[in-house]
Design a protein around this ligand. Structure first.
Ligand SMILES: Nc1ncnc2c1ncn2[C@@H]1O[C@H](COP(=O)(O)OP(=O)(O)OP(=O)(O)O)[C@@H](O)[C@H]1O
Ligand SMILES: [Mg+2]
Length: 420
């Protein structure tokens, strides 16, 4: 029954050819030309790409130039013998993982043991039958494929884990911020009481004080500033209150002024000069006032950061009512807004322009992604713009960003006037 490989009368094994799979490349290393040629013919007949070389040096060169999926290696070779070649293959990073099946004579047990020590994958004892050759090749290739799959899944898992850890860190950070927000609202509420007492006392002192008294001016200053503090506190309390989802007609200019209650002083501290150009007769937009203020605040705080340390820092805020369909289409075209999504009654457009750091072309496409930030840890969560984007989109609107690195950035918020 056994037909030696060297015999042309080989058996016809019952193994399906590898038709649909990628063709595997097998390198036959055998100095016996007849046996190598026959083996190549058989393997080609079973869908493999088979290449034969007659010595170890040629095998090493071939494996380095064109990677093979498996090497069929005769241990007895002229010049560099099979074991030496095996050792070299396992030392070289380029060839280390090539599966090797050695072919050895029935009496050569000792080199076979050595071959396993060096790292061979399987072996065949001469003479062997073709069915055995094919089965062993298939099983070694399958094993290697599974190993590769395992390595790939391991890498995927590692990546997923890293991603998860990063997200977890961000979530902890945003939970911390939410906690700080609640705390700040509580503190603000507490501060309101003593502040009212101070303001009330100052007002009473002013009432009783003669007009000519030199202290009047100072007390007026205290009254003015405590009034401002109370307005900030009241607004903070309103703002932090769990926002209801209700939408009412909102005056966008008024929302901008509210947002400046929070950030106006911060911008002044950063020596930013603010230029306001608010349109006179803006139609109201159906919106959740708190959410829109949150969007404006995020954009303003980003501008503050981008302007940090700049001498001639300028931030301009402009509102306008845009109804021209051609202009709206041009502006929204780049955001892939479909025609049917465009509001027939036009948009109230608020544009914030700063002459800050600008955003690089690689980053501009990512700024609305959750957790994308270029700020140092602890300074930014990367949530501001992604939350803003969602809010504006839920209102049927759009945010458009344009930037030139080193020159500045402009954010335009489009809010549809709708039917209200
Ligand atoms: N006006 C701007 N000028 C320059 N870069 C900006 C501007 N606005 C946004 N960016 C860039 O977009 C990134 C994302 O902004 P986003 O508001 O989403 O997150 P953040 O400001 O980093 O963190 P936070 O969650 O605290 O807002 C910023 O880190 C910054 O790189
Ligand atoms: Mg931000």
């Amino acid at each position: 029954m056994p037909d030696p490989l060297s015999s042309p009368e080989a058996d016809a094994p019952d193994i399906p050819p590898m038709a649909a799979e990628r063709q595997r490349r097998i390198l036959i290393v055998d100095d016996d030309e007849r046996s190598a040629g026959f083996c190549r013919g058989v393997l080609e007949g079973y869908g493999y790409i088979a290449v034969a070389v007659a010595n170890g040096e040629a095998a090493m060169e071939s494996a380095l130039v064109e990677p093979c999926d498996l090497m069929l290696l005769d241990l007895v070779l002229p010049g560099m013998d099979g074991l030496t070649l095996l050792g070299r293959l396992r030392e070289d990073v380029m060839t280390r993982s090539i599966p090797v099946v050695v072919v050895t004579g029935v009496t050569d047990r000792e080199p076979l043991t050595r071959a396993f020590e060096i790292g061979v994958d399987d072996y065949l004892i001469k003479p062997y039958v073709i069915s055995e050759l094919l089965v062993r090749i298939k099983s070694v290739l399958r094993k290697r494929e599974l190993e590769e799959q395992l390595i790939r899944s391991n890498m995927d898992l590692r990546r997923a884990l890293q991603n998860l850890q990063q997200k977890e860190a961000h979530l902890i950070q945003s939970a911390k911020l939410a906690a700080i927000g609640t705390l700040a609202a509580g503190v603000a509420h507490e501060l309101n009481q003593p502040l009212m007492v101070v303001r009330g006392t100052v007002q009473m002192m002013l009432q009783d004080m003669p007009r000519s008294d030199g202290c009047r001016e100072d007390l007026r200053g205290i009254e003015l500033q405590t009034g401002r503090m109370m307005r900030i506190i009241n607004h903070l309390t309103d703002f932090s209150r769990q926002a209801n989802q209700e939408r009412r007609p909102v005056d966008v200019n008024g929302v901008i002024k509210d947002a400046f209650t929070f950030v106006g002083q911060q911008l002044t501290n950063h020596t930013v000069s603010v230029k306001m150009d608010l349109a006179d007769a803006l139609p109201p937009v159906p919106a959740n006032r708190t959410q829109i203020e949150q969007v404006f605040l995020n954009i303003l705080l980003n501008a503050r950061d981008a302007l940090h340390g700049r001498r001639d820092a300028v931030l301009s805020v402009r509102t306008e009512y845009v109804t021209d369909p051609a202009r709206i289409r041009t502006a929204l075209d780049r955001l892939s807004v479909k025609r049917e999504q465009i509001s027939q009654r036009g948009y109230v457009v608020t544009t914030f322009t700063d002459n800050g750091t600008g955003i690089s072309p690689e980053n501009i496409g990512r700024i609305f992604d959750p957790f994308f930030t270029t700020k140092p840890p602890g300074k930014g969560t990367g949530l501001g713009l992604s939350v803003s984007y969602n809010i504006v989109q839920e209102h049927g609107g759009w945010i458009r960003a344009e930037s030139k690195p080193g020159e500045g950035t402009s954010f335009s918020v489009y809010l549809p006037v709708g039917s209200s």
